[in-house]
Design a protein around this ligand. Structure first.
Ligand SMILES: Nc1ncnc2c1ncn2[C@@H]1O[C@H](COP(=O)(O)OP(=O)(O)OP(=O)(O)O)[C@@H](O)[C@H]1O
Ligand SMILES: [Mg+2]
Length: 429
């Protein structure tokens, strides 16, 4: 017997509670989309505009992570295209694209199986895109997923990219009908600060995917838990607890699926007959931490600055972060001495960023009435911006806030602590 026989024997699952763990893989396409009837209807209504000769130049599909945007948009568009010869649907995920040029090239690759060299520039790539689309049916729906991952690069800014995409000369000359569907966590006009010539070329069509509530997550999980576990291995009480917590904390189907997979693994490790509430509980923090890191890793610098300003002030006696704060307080911190210009947002921009952070579940707000200033928004956050070096190129640290060193600002109220991600350089970037 080789050592590998022993190794595999020792690590083989015995008494596993799972029947088909793959059913909890968030990447696996579910047979049915549930609990998204309203969004499916909105998307279908927009697509049906084709029968009246019109699809909007852009459609924004937005909402927090794990709310079914990619799944629903892809499926509804494909089902529509399968029933209509006049339309083709192309799906491009731009998550890995670091520059606008590479994003355009990725679109070209999807359409024509070729890429252009950088010497051809963005115009060269867009020419290729219009050439390819000439051979397409009358209408094309171009779904650009994770478009919020693209940022300024050294040669182009997002407005250049979108202007070419929506109003490019090659497109107009050839009379190409292309409806661009932008799938992202945020509304792009706000997130990418697109200029007015681009905004006026975009339509107002937007479909919002809110976080899932308890009933919706329960419906999504029901069939998948039944397939994933052996009969009786997840009692109703454990399901109810996990669903309730997943809805309260994240509203994210991906996280909910992961939570139950991990809870099942914990139960197996503990040699239990069934998943218990404690098994779910043991994994809530781990999943929460992963969820937080994922969200935080996607933030642009301006958002990190605001988050940091929200958690900047400490109580002198207890050392705890002093919250809630107001927009005015955030403004004061961001405009204090030594803070880099890139974080010096105006009050209106701060309000927009706070709204965005709230949609992502990174801050909570409440209106407070009374007092000298009338109604004011009170803002709190558990987030610790020290983790924002997680994504290369997004390193963003306020060198100093309100006279405190940056390291002093990196401690949140009760958010997950992330060791291994240093507070980053203290020099302005
Ligand atoms: N309504 C639903 N019905 C069934 N399964 C769902 C539903 N919503 C989400 N899921 C499951 O969760 C997974 C994640 O959903 P999806 O990728 O569509 O989220 P997303 O909103 O695009 O997230 P992100 O913003 O992170 O890209 C899906 O692959 C699917 O397994
Ligand atoms: Mg997605």
């Amino acid at each position: 017997m080789s050592k590998y026989d022993d190794l595999f024997d020792a690590t083989a699952p015995d008494n596993s509670l799972f029947a088909d763990k793959g059913a909890l893989d968030p990447l696996a396409d579910p047979k049915e989309i549930v609990a998204r009837d309203a969004q499916e209807r909105e998307l279908a209504t927009i697509l049906n505009g084709l029968h009246e000769g019109y699809l909007p130049p852009t459609v924004s599909v937005y909402g927090p992570p794990g709310t079914g945007k990619t799944l629903t948009t892809r499926r509804v568009c494909r089902e529509f295209a399968a029933r209509n010869d006049r339309v083709a649907v192309e799906y491009v995920n731009l998550k890995e694209c670091r520059t606008l040029f590479s994003a355009a090239n990725e679109i070209l690759f999807q359409l024509a199986d070729e890429k252009k060299g950088s010497y051809e520039g963005l115009d060269g790539v867009f020419d290729g895109i219009w050439d390819a689309l000439e051979a397409y049916p009358e209408w094309t729906v171009l779904v650009l997923d994770e478009i919020d991952h693209i940022r300024q690069d050294t040669n182009y800014d997002p407005s250049d990219f979108f202007y070419r995409l929506l109003r490019g000369e090659g497109k107009l000359q050839r009379g190409i009908n292309c409806s661009v569907w932008l799938v992202s966590n945020e509304l792009l006009e706000v997130d990418l600060r697109l200029d007015s010539r681009v905004e006026s070329a975009m339509s107002d069509e937007a479909v919002f995917f809110p976080p899932y509530g308890e009933d919706e997550l329960g419906a999504i999980l029901e069939a998948r838990l039944a397939r994933a576990f052996r009969e009786g291995a997840v009692p109703d009480a454990a399901v109810a607890y996990g669903v309730q917590e997943a809805a309260r904390r994240w509203g994210d189907a991906r996280k909910a699926l992961t939570l139950f997979r991990q809870a099942g693994e914990t139960a197996s490790e503990r040699d239990l007959e069934a998943v218990t509430r404690e098994c779910v509980e043991a994994n809530l923090e781990t999943t929460e931490k992963a969820a937080f890191l994922e969200r935080a890793g996607r933030l642009p610098a301006s958002h990190v600055g605001v988050l940091r300003a929200i958690t900047a002030r400490r109580n002198r006696h207890t050392g705890a972060v002093d919250q809630p704060v107001t927009t005015e307080r955030i403004h004061e911190v961001l405009h204090s001495e030594g803070v880099s210009d890139r974080y010096r947002l105006r009050r209106r921009a701060i309000r927009e960023v706070v709204h965005t952070l709230e949609t992502m579940g990174l801050v909570e707000t409440a209106m407070e009435s009374g007092g000298r200033d009338g109604r004011r928004k009170r803002i709190i956050s558990d987030a610790r911006p020290c983790v924002h070096r997680a994504r290369a190129g997004r390193a963003a640290v306020l060198p100093s806030c309100a006279g405190r060193p940056a390291s002093d600002l990196a401690v949140g109220r009760a958010g997950p602590s992330v060791s291994g991600h240093a507070v980053g350089p203290r020099t302005p970037q």
